[in-house]
Design a protein around this ligand. Structure first.
Ligand code: HDE
Length: 683
């Protein structure tokens, strides 16, 4: 057994990483050759005012290394953030798969998860309207398994051949590199209208799913149909789901755009802080399984990546839980160098003929070769498996392993024909023996040609508020499109999905209203609506607006009770330092009205201060108004109540005003758990 393994708990991934981790604090400075440095501010010069000398090896090394610090950003999913954690299966999945990490409920498997947006550059704002990547690397004892998914269960295209076209269309336009991290432009929508297989995914992208509240509050999907294969060789088609324990929640579009300005790091900060606070994000792993013999039982092709399997027809079995419990030590070494690949599978998990998946199996290694500069990226600490790896691959840029011996070929006699292959019983990977017999053709199966039924099902499944948000999203995106022809093509295309939707945004963009289409799809899948998700107050962030003279005794009690419900409170006032209550006790102010903004919080609680402080109330009123217009829960006690009455908010849903602390805490906690109050009229 590899000596890197089993050093203490888990299977040793953390300890393996530690071998490569260094701490420069309290050390003497040296060059990369280990020579101690005596001076690090001035280059070596010919005279005090003279030119720098070539022989200054320290300067040359420092500058050269700096000049080469950057690697190409990912062509898609450039902006991301990651964390470490562990996965544990609930019960053995032996009847379905022989995958080792899915057998023993007592054995945790270390994981590394990277979340990302798709379109934007590495430095772009995180609240773009976009799909989110959800890539998980499981460091199993049989090798690395990567589940490289998205937070949307379907994709824009059905064949990998079209991926470069899709990405060219959605990235900033090449002549002026605008707009950044946005699909609201001509080329994207031109692509959509002329590649109508995109209809279903576009519906998701225009829904609230594309602006998640947090990485901790979004689902993940493997998208493709994979296979589970058990020890007897029996196969099930499988789709993978991650279900966030906190439920699936989103922000509203106006808020998303403002967050991008106020805190473009909003999602990474949220993840980082949750882990630092010990509020470890959790996701359950779910699988939908279809036995091999039922492949053709459905009214869609189960290999088509623009289709989902409605949960009501194929239930999601929850088989384990992932907990993210450790932040990285270094973003570049761990996140930037992490190389995910849907082709990294372990025995018991296999591929299907989904043509999108087949193309991905090529693309991911190819992209790492340019991004990470050669074929040895598997040796980087974050990418190393925890099990030993031996083969006859040699050399290449940055090779770290020192392979002993003169034999580097198979088969051989000089090394007794080692490294040797393994039988299936010994754990050797054997591809599922699927019978394939057909013509070589460039064509798409007729079973992939229905692009609208599931798009309509998605629409039918939305709540009224979600439908309204979608019409607004289409209106925004197409409102930014310059070509009238593209606008009209999109209206006409989405009339095939639903007339109310298409007419809704056609009106907003001044396009011709489409004719009513005879769309007979009435199917719904309630699991698709975020209205039906888990609601919990846990980890919600509440802005507490306090001014000098606040009712300290009761307010402090209220804050403690809210915190016992898992709610996090942060005090906001007009200046930093301490805010003093009427009984002289103090609370620390975390933010001012200048450094914080309502869009960075889930809810607001106004306890107020001295009623005569007009400037304070003006700023507080602005803060609360904005939260109100984003449908957020608002609470008030004491002087805060008057502020809400003055703004005519006091009778609205999700607004809690009470003088009784106990009642206030109960009702406000409920309002916070509800996330947003869509039934509120916003003027
Ligand atoms: Fe990717 N995708 N993709 N993709 N993808 C990449 O690989 C590609 C697709 C996804 O955090 C790239 O290392 C093709 C679907 C995630 O590092 C690249 C096709 C899904 C990430 C690539 C797809 C994804 C990537 C760019 C169509 C959801 C980020 C950098 C056939 C199931 C992983 C890189 C991370 C990244 C190719 C479609 C998810 C170029 C050719 C569908 C989460 O290889």
């Amino acid at each position: 057994m590899n000596k890197e393994r089993n050093m203490n708990g888990g299977n040793g991934k953390k300890e393996q990483l530690e071998q490569f981790t260094t701490d420069d604090r309290n050390q003497k400075m040296t060059t990369n050759q280990g020579v101690k440095v005596s001076e690090d501010e001035f280059s070596l010069k010919a005279g005090e005012r003279g030119p720098t000398l070539m022989e200054d090896f320290h300067f040359r090394e420092k500058m050269t290394h700096f000049d080469h610090e950057r690697i190409p950003e990912r062509i898609v999913h450039a902006r991301g953030f990651a964390a470490h954690g562990e996965f544990q299966v609930y019960e053995s999945m032996k009847p379905y798969t022989k995958a080792g990490f899915l057998q023993d409920p007592d054995k945790p498997t270390p994981v590394f998860v990277r979340f990302s947006t798709v379109a934007g550059s590495k430095g772009s704002g995180e609240l773009a309207r976009d799909a989110r990547g959800f890539a998980t690397k499981f460091y199993t004892e049989e090798g690395n398994y990567d589940l490289v998914g998205n937070n949307i269960p379907v994709f824009f295209i059905q064949d990998a051949m079209k991926f470069p076209d899709l990405v060219h269309a959605l990235k900033p336009e090449p002549h002026n590199e605008m707009p950044q991290a946005a699909t609201a432009h001509d080329t994207f929508w031109d692509f959509v209208a002329n590649n109508q297989e995109s209809a279903h995914m576009v519906m998701w992208a225009m829904s609230d799913r594309a602006i998640p509240r947090s990485f901790r509050m979004m689902e993940g999907f493997g998208v493709h149909t994979f296979r589970f294969v058990n020890e007897e060789g029996k196969s099930h088609f499988v789709k993978f789901h991650w279900k966030p324990v906190l439920g699936t929640h989103s922000v509203v579009w106006d808020e998303a755009q403002k967050i991008n300005g106020k805190d473009p790091d909003f999602h990474r900060r949220d993840l980082w802080e949750a882990i630092e606070n010990g509020d470890y994000p959790e996701y359950e792993l779910g699988v939908q399984m279809i036995p091999e013999e039922e492949e053709f039982r459905f009214d869609f092709d189960i290999l088509d990546p623009t289709k989902l399997w409605p949960e009501e027809e194929v239930p999601v079995k929850l088989i384990g839980k992932m907990t993210l419990n450790r932040n990285v030590d270094n973003v570049f070494a761990e996140m930037e160098q992490a190389a995910f690949h849907p082709g990294h599978v372990v025995p018991g998990i296999d591929f299907t003929n989904d043509p999108l998946l087949q193309g991905r199996l090529f693309s991911y290694t190819d992209t790492q070769l340019i991004r990470l500069g050669g074929p040895n990226f598997h040796e980087l600490p974050i990418n190393r498996p925890v099990c030993p790896f031996h083969n006859n691959q040699r050399d290449g840029y940055g090779r770290q392993t020192i392979n002993r011996g003169k034999v580097s070929y198979h088969k051989n006699s000089l090394a007794q024909n080692t490294p040797e292959t393994s039988t299936e019983e010994e754990g050797g990977y054997k591809h599922y023996e699927e019978k394939i017999d057909g013509y070589k053709i460039r064509r798409r199966s007729d079973s992939f040609k229905d692009h609208f039924t599931q798009a309509t099902m998605f629409w039918n499944s939305m709540s009224e508020a979600e439908k309204e948000h979608m019409i607004e999203a289409f209106s925004f995106e197409l409102g930014k499109v310059e070509s009238k022809s593209v606008q009209q093509q999109v209206v006409d295309m989405f009339a095939n999905v639903n007339t109310e939707l298409a007419r809704g945004f056609a009106k907003a963009i001044g396009a011709e209203l489409p004719e009513e289409k005879d769309n007979k799809v009435t199917k719904k899948s309630p699991a698709l609506s975020q209205e039906n998700t888990t609601k919990s107050p846990a980890t919600r962030k509440v802005a507490v607006i306090l001014g000098d003279g606040f009712q300290d005794t009761e307010v402090k009690g209220i804050l403690e009770k809210l915190s016992s419900q898992g709610i996090q409170t942060e005090v906001i006032s007009d200046q930093l330092g301490m805010v003093k209550g009427e009984n002289q006790s103090e609370l620390e102010v975390q933010h001012t009205f200048l450094t914080a903004d309502s869009v960075l919080f889930d809810a607001v609680y106004v306890a107020g201060g001295k009623e005569e402080d007009k400037t304070f109330y003006k700023k507080a009123a602005y803060f609360v108004q904005e939260a109100f217009s984003h449908y957020k829960p608002i609470g008030a006690t004491h002087a805060g109540g008057k502020l809400l009455e003055g703004a005519n908010m006091d009778e609205s849903p999700g607004v809690v005003i009470s003088e009784d602390a106990e009642t206030f805490v109960t009702k406000f906690t409920e309002a916070v758990a509800a996330h947003r109050h869509w039934e509120r009229e916003v003027i």
